[in-house]
Design a protein around this ligand. Structure first.
Ligand code: 5GP
Ligand code: ZN
Length: 141
């Protein structure tokens, strides 16, 4: 993707402050930086969002998230850590190249995500669940 800012970061065409990489992912400091230690973990091969990920990329993101999160935890000792990942504009995605945020958190640090809870009846939950389950691949193993 020639016009993608994260593809350019992966290729080294624009500078970034790198913290970790393997064959499938690159982790680097978020230039916006909500709190000290805020890291982005991006796939190296362009995928726009979660739906476009290959399973090997998903596994690499999870592995890198655990490793980098532990390093953030020992380096900054934050009171908490938010893992944030947006797909699509309404969800808050601004860079359309798959990435996960690791955001160290502190009491009253101003980061907010409002959950407008609806508490539907159980029958509704069962109906929603059935729509998902019938579209899932069968577990392999
Ligand atoms: P999103 O809203 O898509 O989840 O987050 C995109 C993130 O990418 C933002 O937090 C923003 O600060 C970060 N970002 C955008 N452009 C650059 C860049 O050129 N370099 C770095 N290091 N981060 C960027
Ligand atoms: Zn890209």
């Amino acid at each position: 993707m020639t016009d993608c800012v994260f593809c350019k970061i992966v290729a080294g065409q624009i500078p970034s402050t790198r913290v970790y990489e393997d064959d499938d992912v690159l982790a680097f400091m978020d230039i916006g930086h909500v709190n000290p230690g805020h890291v982005l973990i991006a796939v190296k091969r362009h995928a726009e969002n979660l739906y476009a990920l290959e399973e090997a990329q998903a596994a690499a993101i999870a592995r890198a998230s655990v490793r980098v999160a532990r390093a953030i935890q020992t380096a900054f000792a934050p009171a908490g850590l938010s893992v944030y990942q947006a797909n699509g504009k309404p969800a808050g995605q601004t860079v359309f190249h798959y990435h996960v945020h690791l955001v160290p958190r502190h009491e009253a640090d101003g980061m907010q995500l409002t959950w407008p809870v609806k508490n539907p009846p159980r029958e509704k939950l069962q109906e929603y669940a059935a729509r998902i389950v019938e579209r899932l691949p069968r577990a392999q193993g």
